[in-house]
Design a protein around this ligand. Structure first.
Ligand code: NOJ
Length: 733
């Protein structure tokens, strides 16, 4: 740091000489001035040391995610660019901000970041579940609440949304994304960015979004974390980049780099994606933060010889802010002196960070009001959204003989390790989540059925292990009931970062509990509470109904009980394929064509089809699709046609139906997936009524494809528009 100070002396003296005394009000402090003018004015006043500190992020407080333990930082430099704020009181944050504003020479506010992944205190369903709601407006509302709660606690920036297309449910982080499809991730990405940032980030209750992990982290080999990926340029462009491009277009202020290596080049030292694509092609003018320690880790990835080289590689590739490992603080000044880093790039990086701070209005409103918790968290409207989001995210996978909904039932048994363990509904990455806020299954059922049905409960067994001592009680309770709800699943902590699993089974002990209960002959409803798709064939054989409930947050139990009673009609559909077995992975709907037909190349021991495909999900209503029609079967670039289908609710119950519109390009000079989702819409269809769904087809946007350079093109010839089991051909002429 001595050298750094020395280097900075000249600039600093000049600034003192021009001093602020003669100046009325520096431009950067003038809220009415243009943001670019303010940014430039401020950068011109900064010493090198001040600039470098802006490029660093420290940690304030501790959190509970195993790999993110931070020490309480007592001596944080007041010029620091950002802090990850792991504490839960605005006071600590305001006190630190006060130091920055009053004790630093230029009074630059600190940017406080935090992982707000699926709610702050009001925890919503995990993103993978939210995608199954097919309701982006609801997800925007949930993100808006998350932003308000985080803002009230002093957080200005969340490390979310995570839009890594993921096709391997062994990967613990599938819970954080919106499933296996690029378009779905793109749509929900936009909804979340809007929910956090609104139209103007400087407004109250708005926080900056961070798209992560840029890019392709979901391709992690064998579903393990921190490992290499093999992604061709073609796949990068047609699968992994689209959600990020959508987020950048929606105005996302920042992005986070990733831990993995992309076909030989680590994502965090990848000039092509970080600079050529993001900053040059897409013109993103916010900044990129490294993932935690990702700069230093370039050494372990076999690229950098030492910390200094790692710093040079990450910075020159296009990472502006260094999260947690302090590499930039240690080495940037030396690298500048040695001519390995350009001062222009340092200035440009500082500009990008300051631009976000100005856009957030932090210079004008550096502090947050310290309010009582009752005014910030778990507000009635927030909880209402939480329950609705949970109900719309859950997916009914089986409902034989319409065993559900459970109406006019005398006694209902609620059995299994998830039944009374409400903590698990919070899943992983709960920001300020608290178990005491959760309404679990038993509580939800008791409230739902109060005065109508008797609820009996038994745990039966733990999530894993061999202890069957609770089985007898579970069987006794089942025998005393008319129907049994068996609550199986994974703990919340089994998903998330560093939570890869070699098998996606539900532990054997839970399947054995199910067998014991099923042997009573009572109708069995299985609830599957997990953060990933799981193997269900053995469970399916023993269940009359299956409801995939995911880790669905503070109102999970209310939503579950509402779905079981019929107060809600299930409308969730899968955003990620459920395989029959772990050995089928990867299995996803939008795979490319194979070279042979029939059973050639398929598995010889099991089917090659998934157990529950993408977009699958049942309702208590029955829907009948009319004939799929198109307004014209020929179109040219620049013209628009539309496809339509009328859906009839043939049941006695109002229901929400999502229509998924797929496109297939049967022959193309770059081979494409067997089908690609291009549009979806969810609408209420009242009992007995018809509703028409329409897909406006813009040829380049919806039929076109992208090449390995990221150029969108449109081939002439046949395309198929697909809805349900119908398909219609149209021709680009
Ligand atoms: C590491 C994770 O990969 C990333 O998603 C998260 O935002 C950071 N840690 C900060 O907690």
């Amino acid at each position: 740091m001595m050298k750094l100070k020395h280097l900075a002396t000249a600039t600093f003296c000049l600034m003192v000489a021009f001093g602020c005394s003669s100046e009325k009000r520096p431009i950067y402090k003038d809220a009415s001035a243009d943001i670019e003018a303010r940014v430039n004015d401020l950068v011109n006043r900064m010493t090198l040391e001040e600039k470098i500190l802006q490029l660093n992020q420290y940690v304030l407080g501790v959190n509970t995610v195993e790999n993110n333990f931070g020490e309480m930082v007592k001596d944080i430099p007041v010029e620091i660019g950002s802090l990850i704020y792991f504490n839960d009181h605005a006071e600590v944050r305001n006190a630190m901000q006060k130091k920055a504003m009053e004790e630093s020479r230029l009074g630059i506010p600190i940017l406080f970041g935090h992982d707000v992944i699926h709610g702050y205190r009001t925890t919503y369903p995990i993103p993978l579940a939210l995608a199954c709601s097919w309701n982006p407006e609801l997800v925007r509302q949930a993100s808006e609440v998350a932003a308000q709660e985080a803002y009230d606690c002093g957080v200005n920036w969340t490390f979310s949304p995570m839009v890594d297309v993921s096709r391997d449910p062994r990967w613990g982080r599938v819970m954080e994304c919106f499933g296996e499809d690029p378009y779905t991730n793109a749509v929900f990405c936009k909804a979340v960015v809007k929910g956090y940032q609104g139209d103007d980030m400087s407004e109250k209750n708005r926080i900056a979004a961070c798209l992560k992990h840029y890019v392709g982290y979901g391709a992690s080999e064998a579903g393990r974390d921190y490992v290499p990926t093999e992604i061709s340029d073609q796949t990068l462009w047609d699968t992994y980049l689209p959600p990020f491009e959508a987020g950048v277009k929606a105005g996302a202020a920042t992005l986070m780099s990733a831990f993995h290596t992309i076909s030989g080049i680590p994502a965090s030292a990848n000039h092509y994606i970080l600079t050529e694509v993001l900053k040059e092609k897409w013109q993103h003018d916010g900044f990129v933060v490294s993932d935690w320690g990702a700069v230093e880790q370039l050494r372990y990835q076999g690229m950098a010889e030492d910390e200094k080289e790692a710093t040079m590689l990450a910075f020159n590739a296009g990472i502006e802010m260094d999260m947690a490992d302090r590499m930039y603080q240690k080495y940037l000044a030396e690298l500048l002196e040695e001519g390995k880093v350009d001062m222009k790039l340092v200035d440009e990086s500082v500009r990008r960070i300051l631009r976000v701070k100005f856009r957030l209005g932090l210079f004008e409103h550096p502090y947050v009001e310290e309010k009582p918790e009752s005014e910030m968290y778990l507000l009635p409207k927030s909880l209402e959204i939480a329950e609705k989001a949970a109900a719309e995210s859950m997916v009914l996978l089986k409902n034989e003989n319409s065993v559900l909904p459970l109406e006019n039932v005398g006694t209902i048994a609620v059995i299994g390790p998830v039944a009374s363990d409400s903590t698990q509904h919070l899943g992983n990455w709960g920001a300020r989540a608290r178990a005491e806020d959760v309404i679990g299954i038993v509580q939800g059922m008791c409230e739902e059925y109060a005065g109508k049905s008797k609820i009996l409960t038994a745990k039966g067994c733990d999530f894993e292990g061999n202890d069957k001592s609770g089985f007898a009680e579970a069987v006794r309770v089942a025998k005393a009931s008319d129907v049994v709800v068996v609550c199986l699943g994974h703990k919340g902590s089994w998903s998330g970062e560093n939570q890869s699993r070699s098998t996606i089974e539900i532990p054997k002990i839970q399947e054995e509990l199910l067998s014991a209960v099923e042997a009573t002959g009572k109708p069995v409803v299985v609830l599957v509470t997990t953060g990933r798709p799981v193997e269900l064939p053995r469970i399916e054989q023993k269940a009359d109904a299956i409801l995939q409930t995911w880790h669905s947050g503070v109102r999970a139990g209310k939503a579950i009980a509402g779905l079981l009673s019929g107060r809600y009609n299930p409308s969730g559909k899968l955003a990620m394929t459920f395989p029959y077995s772990t050995g089928q992975i990867p299995v996803y709907y939008n795979r490319r064509h194979r070279a042979r037909t029939g059973d050639q190349g398929l598995y010889k021991d099991i089917t090659s089809e998934p157990m529950y495909p993408f977009a699958y999900g049942l309702s208590y209503s029955t829907f009948e699709y009319g004939k799929l029609t198109v307004s014209s079967d020929k179109l040219k670039e620049g013209e628009t046609i539309y496809a339509e289908v009328t859906v009839k609710n043939t049941s006695q119950r109002d229901g929400l139906e999502t229509v998924h519109w797929f496109v297939k390009d049967p022959y193309s000079h770059i081979t494409r997936p067997v089908k690609e989702l291009k549009y979806f819409e969810k609408k209420l269809i009242k009992a007995g009524e018809n509703v028409t769904f329409r897909f406006e087809i813009n040829p380049l946007r919806d039929l076109g494809f992208v090449n390995r350079e990221g150029k969108k093109y449109l081939d002439k010839g046949e395309y198929r528009i697909m809805v349900g089991d119908q398909s219609v051909s149209i021709y680009v002429i």
